[in-house]
Design a protein around this ligand. Sequence first.
Ligand code: HEC
Ligand code: HEC
Ligand code: HEC
Ligand code: HEC
Length: 209
Amino acid sequence: MKHSYKIIYYLLSVVFLMLLFSSCKHHEGEYHNVNDKIEAEGKHYQGVSVSSEAYIGDIKTIEVTEGEHTFLIPERKTQIKSYACTECHSKPLDKMQNKEGKKAHWDIALHHANDNAMNCVTCHNGSNMDDLKSITGNVIDFNKSYQLCSQCHNKQFEDWKGGAHGKRIGGWAPPRASMTCVNCHNPHKPHFDSRWPARYNTQKVKERE
Ligand code: HEC
Ligand code: HEC
Ligand code: HEC
Ligand code: HEC
């Protein structure tokens, strides 16, 4: 009698231990918890990194840090036709003004803020045309012209820093590269005209008649 008790006790312990260990066994696709799953399945990806670099392609970029955000933006100076400005602007503006004939920058007309708020030298540095300047007279590099815009358009600047205003170049994988203000807005005429939707809309045609 005593002996068979022992056997049953022994068998129960074995069954219990089997249950205990079988629940720990790693069958395919089964893990104790999410962390184990990520760790096990993530091993597979080690050494393979996803990157946006391929999509940024030939665009020359510079790295900027604004607050807690560090990212890439396109370089500008090589894209500006009449740069370097000092090729002509070797003397102060008032010594360069020609009274008659075609203006040097006849193709640039300012449609931004009203004349009280802004003229050419609000943004351009009269004493060194190769740089921009802040309202308080600090030098701003042409590659960082967003610092000019941010003085008056802080809301859009804050959104842009975080990636909410403007557009990314490449994908969502790092490194982050974002278009800068002047890639989309002409600083001399920044407003976009409203447009009709590209798709033909019969209702709108009726309304316009
Ligand atoms: C090919 C020569 C040339 C180059 C290059 C040039 N400028 Fe000028 N710029 C002039 C001349 C000449 C004037 C004098 C006024 C005029 O003729 O319009 C002038 C005038 C200006 C003015 C004053 C305009 C006004 O109506 O008061 C600004 C601002 C200016 N230039 C900015 C720039 C900037 C910024 C660059 C570089 C991105 C540049 N310029 C490159 C020739 C040049
Ligand atoms: C709101 C600021 C602002 C004002 C005001 C402004 N500019 Fe500019 N300007 C810029 C910025 C920023 C750039 C560089 C844009 C870029 O990166 O393409 C620029 C570029 C230029 C260039 C080089 C353009 C080219 O493609 O070669 C000239 C010339 C120039 N500005 C002249 C002027 C003149 C003349 C005035 C006044 C009538 C003026 N700007 C007013 C911000 C300003
Ligand atoms: C000195 C202040 C000042 C600076 C610097 C400045 N802006 Fe503006 N901007 C204004 C004002 C004022 C208006 C007109 C009022 C308004 O619409 O907010 C305006 C209008 C605009 C608009 C049109 C807004 C609309 O409702 O359509 C855009 C876009 C814009 N700016 C972009 C820029 C960009 C990009 C830069 C930098 C290259 C810049 N601004 C630099 C003051 C400034
Ligand atoms: C990828 C293109 C792109 C970039 C980069 C960009 N913007 Fe814009 N922005 C737009 C478009 C498109 C609109 C027009 C929205 C509309 O008309 O409703 C706009 C609108 C604006 C306006 C008008 C007010 C509003 O929110 O509708 C301001 C001011 C402005 N942008 C400033 C800036 C400044 C400052 C920067 C850089 C820090 C910047 N933008 C960068 C595309 C861009």
